[in-house]
Design a protein around this ligand. Structure first.
Ligand code: SF4
Length: 317
């Protein structure tokens, strides 16, 4: 396979991966589900980055979105409810050479997985975390999730959700050592692709909250934004997510926001009058935990046992 360079010379790749190389099984989501858009954008990001499929792993918890590892032609682990992030941290800890992705939802991550979410963000290991947030438990058919809008009728709150929804952006931004926070709607493919691409290029844990359509159980969550783009605020900046004019045209409200400005990001996340879309925050200098955990991985088992013996000998009486 050949690749044409800007100077018109040719790169000859030993292996070139096409979109087909990243395809997994046939996706079984409902027609119109926003998960398809995230899957397609992710396939394209993998292809453009020429990630070796055998060097990539997708990890998930439980929920509709957590079926993603089945639909990507890489290694995958469909784990336990709320435990995708610790599994991914463990994989990255022992195999820092792997390209690690996490697919999780609002129920999986923000409810049962809330503890692991906070600690994984602080560890800032190099991985992409895709949050498919549809404001409902979809797989189990319409129970209130932490991000269900107040008043939305669900099977657990037939007269409408009682509590104000949790704000995943302010919480994530408030975690020590956070390094990448973005939000994007699934129904804008170019913006979705560019956001996931930027997340993949970032070294550290990239938290991408995708506002995701679930036309079966939570139309009330995304439809108002789809019908009225004035509810959204597109964030623009030279260091943010690249957006072309076609994308800009569909967002009547836009604001220049420097993603290194944490206070500005927090103010945008707290403001409920408009929903920010794009890159809220990025810190390329945040500490990455595998820089510590990967130390000594190259040692043989014998060397590791000898080191343990030597350490224990210090306590011999
Ligand atoms: Fe998608 Fe909702 Fe169907 Fe689940 S229930 S596959 S989130 S449309």
């Amino acid at each position: 396979m050949f690749g044409l360079k800007a100077d018109w010379s040719l790169d000859v790749f030993e292996r070139y991966f096409t979109l087909g190389d990243y395809a997994g099984g046939e996706a079984r989501w409902c027609p119109g589900c926003g998960d398809f858009a995230v899957l397609n954008a992710t396939h394209r990001v993998l292809r453009d980055a020429q990630v070796e499929p055998e060097k990539s792993v997708f990890v998930s918890g439980i929920g509709c979105s957590s079926r993603m590892p089945h639909y990507v032609g890489t290694y995958g682990l469909h784990g336990l409810h709320g435990r995708a992030l610790p599994l991914a941290n463990g994989i990255k800890s022992r195999r820092p050479d792997l390209d690690v992705w996490v697919a999780t939802g609002d129920g999986d991550c923000f409810s049962i997985g809330a503890g692991p979410w906070i600690h994984a963000m602080r560890l800032n290991m190099d991985m992409v975390v895709l949050i498919f947030d549809n404001g409902i438990y979809g797989l189990t058919k319409k129970q209130t999730s932490p991000t269900t809008p107040t008043g939305m009728r669900t099977n657990t709150h037939p007269k409408g959700a009682l509590m104000p929804p949790l704000n995943p952006l302010t919480i994530t931004l408030g975690i020590t050592n956070i390094s990448f926070v973005a939000q994007v709607p699934d129904w804008n493919p170019p913006l979705l692709f560019e956001t996931i691409k930027a997340a993949h290029q970032h070294r550290g844990t990239s938290f991408v909250r995708v506002l995701q359509r679930c036309p079966v159980f939570s139309n009330e969550f995304s439809k108002p934004m789809q019908d009225n783009p004035e509810q959204m605020l597109l964030l623009t900046h030279a260091d943010g997510i690249p957006v072309d004019d076609a994308v800009k045209r569909v967002f009547p409200n836009q604001r220049e926001h420097d993603p290194s400005d944490w206070l500005g990001a927090m103010a945008l996340a707290r403001d409920t009058s408009m929903i920010p879309m794009g890159l809220l925050y990025r810190d390329p200098d945040a500490i990455v935990y595998e820089d510590f955990s990967a130390k000594g991985l190259e040692k043989t088992n014998e060397e590791k046992l000898a080191a343990i013996d030597k350490a224990l000998d210090k306590f011999a009486i």
